[in-house]
Design a protein around this ligand. Structure first.
Ligand code: SF4
Length: 345
């Protein structure tokens, strides 16, 4: 028995063919689940009763459960998602002028160990299945529907875990939420963030998806990046940049460089100058992120004045850039703060 939510449309179509059904059945089933919010085969009235019984033998509608909902004073919502084996991950819902965006986790823990990140303090236990990622979106969709009849419009894969460390499940998840028969979240409303797993950046370009790619750069040279992000010793900047250029040639998309501003580490104008030279080699956009304190390290947030100077330097050098608005720092839901604190029950 597997969860029907774990299947991309292509996978469900293959299953239908294997069951000697018209492939179109997959679209019918998808439509019932994602368009009409049906979670029982009995309600799928255009499918014959014998085949509904057959479907019940193969699939169930299991989804992870939402627990421990916390609401920030700025309206950001963080919750724990309990997975089928009892493991917990965190997801965050943010309200922008353009709609609701959910930040989901892709692994239980993270093996990348970025120094500025609370998630990296928890050793990776396992990768999430596609339906466990979908479960985070569905849980918030249900929450929003009950709250004000709205739904998720944007999904970012920037919670706990490195999405490209879980490539196949992430891709299956993205295809499901993007499918016109599924949740129909536009590819350009989906963002995958990677710390720079070079072979997967090349592979992702070949997928020719219009999904946004964000690279967690956070440093303008290998010296600083090696100190902040152990992955840089395996895939240094001089390997990442050609991969980004290749991705851009394949996809035609601009890449966002995420850059956490850390006091006296990566926030000097010398660093800004090096960052400009990286950006000029690529079609990129820089997202400057105020650092959020993690007690286990000795890093601290750059002064606002320094962040503004850095930002102005980028703009003066024709690099598109913004300073990211902060969400949910009072409930430890801001960038780099996610970690599961509640013990398993
Ligand atoms: S920043 Fe991302 S890749 Fe790095 S430790 Fe945190 S969750 Fe993992």
């Amino acid at each position: 028995m597997k969860s029907i939510y774990s299947l991309s449309l292509d996978e469900l179509t293959s299953d239908m063919i294997a069951m000697e059904q018209n492939p179109y059945r997959a679209k019918q089933i998808y439509s019932w689940i994602y368009k009409k919010n049906i979670s029982s085969f009995d309600d799928m009235s255009d499918i014959s009763k014998p085949f509904r019984e057959e479907l019940k033998k193969h699939y169930d509608f299991s989804l992870p459960k939402m627990e421990n909902v916390q609401v920030s004073k700025d309206g950001t919502i963080k919750c724990l998602i309990r997975l089928f084996d009892g493991e917990l991950v965190e997801s965050v819902l943010m309200h922008y002028v353009y709609g609701y965006s959910v930040c989901i986790s892709t692994e239980v823990g993270c093996s990348m160990g970025c120094k500025f990140c609370a998630s990296g303090l928890i050793k990776v236990k396992r990768k999430l299945l596609a339906n466990e990622m979908l479960g985070q979106v569905m849980a918030f969709n249900k929450y929003l529907y009950d709250f004000n009849k709205s739904r998720i419009s944007h999904v970012v894969l920037m919670g706990t875990g490195e999405p490209f460390d879980n490539y196949d499940n992430v891709l299956s998840f993205v295809k499901t939420i993007n499918s016109p028969y599924g949740l129909e979240i536009g590819a350009r409303h989906i963002t995958i963030s990677t710390c720079g797993i070079v072979p997967k950046i090349y592979a992702f370009g070949k997928e020719h998806l219009q999904v946004n790619l964000a690279l967690s750069l956070h440093a303008p040279n290998n010296d600083i990046r090696n100190r902040l992000m152990p992955i840089n010793k395996r895939y240094p900047i001089e390997e990442i940049i050609p991969a980004i250029i290749d991705y851009q040639q394949e996809s035609g998309r601009v890449v966002t460089f995420e850059y956490i501003m850390i006091k006296d580490v990566n926030d000097s104008l010398e660093c800004a100058k090096e960052l400009v030279s990286i950006c000029k080699k690529t079609k990129s956009y820089v997202n400057l992120i105020p650092y959020n304190k993690v007690v286990e390290n000795d890093l601290s947030r750059s002064d606002n004045k320094q962040v503004n100077l850095f930002h102005k330097y980028l703009l003066a050098n024709h690099i598109k850039s913004t300073i990211r608005k902060e969400f949910g720092s009072d409930i430890n839901a801001a960038c780099g703060q996610l970690r599961v604190k509640k013990d398993k029950q």
